[in-house]
Design a protein around this ligand. Structure first.
Ligand code: NZQ
Ligand code: ZN
Length: 387
């Protein structure tokens, strides 16, 4: 197993009725920027619960953070944060709102042009240089509630770029599984598949000595397969909702990637499909992932075979099991309502592969994946196979 440090300071508060704890979680005398998205929190009652809990605090609200949060929107919140001398940010929403809060937290005291945070992938390691923030999660999917990464879109250039660093973990996250009752079916499906692919990014690499990491990863995959289809139909079922929410957090809070290789190329290519066509994040992963496993078959086949045996009980030769495992993955994506080809979402896509390859080349991303052997030529094949 590779050496590792496991640092995760987020206080994760899980279960029903926990929103009222906000009053003790946020330092007294904080001036809070409450950030949220398009308004779902008003319809499902989460906003009133949050406001009730924070009765004694001074709060300024900033709404309208869109799915795949835009730099252009967030920069307005940065200005308010600076003008109003905000010293705590509370994100109430899904991955987009939480990622937005991470950007605001990082940009508020940033010396320089904040767009460089994204363009130069600046890492934030000093907690004294960011504004502390907490979250009330309303959509299990991204794991953003317990990790230090974020993804922000620059609308002007249609680019979706990342930021992060150890200073950008939430101070706390309140994860109440009952909040998923108001989620549209499509978002529930997206959440299951985003978490599932997060595990695959960290698991479908090559054999290593992280036996425990593999077993935990497999446990998350099995749980998502077990609860995913039913939670979409019965989001009010607490057993389903709680296991779904906890699986999503565990899929991307750092634990399963410690001491082992990871890939992330499906995400990097998928982000381009969202930036270009506005396709939901999880859907881009369902489109790209299986084709990436096909193109990178020789690199990944041993782990694909392990996955096929342990998750789907497949038998046969290594190559057969590995191939069947890809087919089983596609079948699960389809059960979860995902498109698995770009043509299911878009009509004009014939130049997409060249566009993505040129972009990666401009950014100097010439080798991706756990073995850095996903060359630009392979990226082109993966995207073309996904048409
Ligand atoms: O905007 P509101 O009104 O809140 O509505 C949202 C939005 O329309 C709605 N929603 C959220 N909670 C709800 C609800 N509707 C009803 N009831 C509720 N309880 O759902 C819609 C989608 O929300 P969004 O936050 O965009 O979804 P998600 O959580 O899937 O986040 C996606 C974003 O996270 C990034 C993605 O790239 C994308 O930008 N990711 C962040 C990661 C991270 N920080 O670690 C990792 C992921 O791989 C991912 O890249
Ligand atoms: Zn993801």
């Amino acid at each position: 197993m590779n050496n590792f440090e496991f640092y995760n300071p987020t206080n994760l508060i899980f279960g029903t009725g926990q929103i009222q704890k906000l009053a003790v979680l946020i330092p007294k005398n904080s001036k809070i920027l409450l950030v949220y998205g398009g308004g779902s929190i008003f319809n499902n009652g989460i906003y009133s619960k949050v406001k009730e809990a924070l009765n004694d605090f001074e709060i300024i609200e900033f709404g309208g953070i869109e799915p795949n949060p835009n730099f252009e929107t967030l920069i307005k919140a940065v200005a308010i944060t600076q003008e109003e001398k905000i010293n705590f940010i509370l994100a109430v929403g899904g991955g987009s709102v939480i990622d937005g809060a991470k950007f605001i937290s990082a940009a508020a005291h940033f010396e320089g042009n904040p767009i460089e945070i994204l363009q130069k992938r600046i890492l934030f390691k000093d907690v004294s240089k960011v504004i502390p923030f907490g979250t009330v999660l309303t959509l299990p999917a991204t794991g953003s509630e317990m990790n230090s990464g974020a993804v922000v879109t620059i609308a002007a250039t249609q680019e979706k770029l990342t930021l992060g660093g150890s200073a950008l973990f939430p101070k706390f996250s309140i994860c109440d599984p009952t909040v998923i009752a108001s989620l549209p079916k499509r978002q529930l499906q997206n959440g299951v598949i985003d978490a599932y692919v997060h595990v695959l990014e960290q698991y479908l690499t090559y054999p290593h000595e992280g036996y425990l990491q593999d077993r935990i990863a497999e446990g998350i995959l099995e749980t998502l397969i077990q609860v995913g289809p039913s939670v979409v139909e019965k989001p009010k079922d607490y057993a389903l909702a709680s296991n779904f929410m906890w699986s999503c957090t565990m899929a991307l809070n750092g634990l399963i990637q410690k001491g082992v290789p990871s890939d992330w190329a499906t995400h990097m290519i998928g982000h381009e499909l969202t930036a270009l066509f506005g396709i939901d994040h999880a859907r881009t992963l369902a489109i790209i992932g299986p084709n990436l496993y096909r193109v990178m078959f020789e690199t990944k086949k041993q782990k694909l075979a392990q996955y096929g045996k342990r998750i789907f009980n497949l038998s046969g030769s290594e190559d057969e099991i590995a191939n069947d495992a890809i087919n089983k993955t596609i079948a699960f994506f389809k059960i979860m309502g995902m498109p698995t080809q770009l043509s299911e979402c878009e009509k004009n896509f014939d130049k997409t592969a060249d566009f993505i390859v040129n972009r990666f080349a401009e950014r100097g991303w010439t080798a991706l994946g756990e073995k850095q052997n996903i060359t630009l030529e392979k990226v082109k094949s993966i995207v073309e196979m996904s048409y």
